[in-house]
Design a protein around this ligand. Structure first.
Ligand SMILES: [Zn+2]
Length: 299
């Protein structure tokens, strides 16, 4: 499924791991160049190719590939797109560059977190040096009649960027904001290991709240009109999440008990709705693990 979400932007459903409305990528079409923000998993590449075809584009017509961060649901297909389109260029956070060129540490970290199921994400292959460069804070990129602005957005991961599309006043957030699937009102914080940083996330949200956005475009999943309270609510959700997990730890609950308690809370609040959410258990588990690690290191 591909659909237009603003003047120059299409939402591409990557149908990650066979699930619809789970992982989105955003195609920005300028009068001189096109860019793809986030790519989905390597295993979703054929879906992306098909959806680009539906808007009349082929891989080599995407000049810029812009993974918001290294997590494979955002960056996995990037190196494969380069393999098929040697003139394209990956633009990313400066701290992510070395991991695209030599993904061995990234691969090890994904295996450690996901175990066997990491195989479902597809193969991670290196990117040639000449096909990648880091973008600096507030760097501008012109695609003809549309301008992108890159914002460093650490927190969810240290190597995250957010992309602002000036003419559309659209903010493509990466995982700087929580997960909310179209089928559900539940917002789930995304605070995963190995490097979630709560203080940096709050700083990033503060920074993003100062940008004049009309529309928020989230990878998980879809578009939301911007409202004045948008980022304030995001901060509240995260603070509440930290407080809940901290309290559970102080009560001496184990990881599994914490996950169970939080899932039960969700279930009571949003009866029935949760069963339709993709990978809820995994998301909650990872977000608990990442926050626990952060709280431990903070001490
Ligand atoms: Zn993600």
């Amino acid at each position: 499924m591909v659909r237009k979400v603003s003047d120059h932007i299409y939402l591409i459903d990557t149908v990650a791991l066979g699930l619809e409305e789970f992982v989105a990528a955003y195609l920005i079409t300028g009068s001189s160049e096109n860019a793809l923000v986030d790519t989905g998993y390597a295993s979703s590449l054929s879906n992306i190719v098909e959806e680009l075809r539906q808007v009349g584009l082929r891989l080599h017509e995407i000049k810029y590939i812009i993974p918001t961060h290294l997590h494979l649901d955002h960056s996995g297909a990037a190196s494969h797109i380069i393999k098929n389109s040697s003139k394209s260029l990956i633009l990313c956070h400066p701290r992510a560059v070395k991991h695209f060129i030599d993904p061995s540490r990234l691969i090890a970290s994904v295996r450690e977190i996901y175990g066997e199921s990491a195989a479902l994400f597809g193969e991670v292959i290196p990117v040639p040096l000449e096909n990648i460069r880091g973008v600096h804070e507030y760097e501008k990129l012109e695609l003809g009649d549309v301008t992108l602005r890159f914002i460093h957005a650490p927190g969810h991961a240290p190597h995250q960027i957010v992309v602002y599309v000036e003419e559309d006043q659209a903010l493509i957030t990466g995982d700087a904001v929580s997960i909310q699937y179209p089928s559900s009102p539940v917002k789930i914080p995304t605070t995963p290991p190995p490097s979630y940083n709560h203080a940096e996330t709050l700083e990033t949200l503060e920074k993003l709240s100062k940008i004049s956005s009309k529309i928020i475009l989230r990878p998980h999943f879809g578009e939301t009109p911007y409202t004045l309270n948008y980022f304030k609510e995001e901060v509240e959700i995260l603070q509440n999440w930290r407080d809940r997990i901290r309290a559970f730890i102080e009560q001496g609950l184990t990881l599994d008990e914490i996950i169970e308690s939080l899932l039960e809370e969700y279930d009571q609040r949003y009866r029935g709705l949760l069963r339709t959410l993709p990978s809820l258990h995994t998301t909650v588990r990872l977000s608990v693990l990442g926050m626990m690690k952060y709280l431990e290191e903070e001490r």
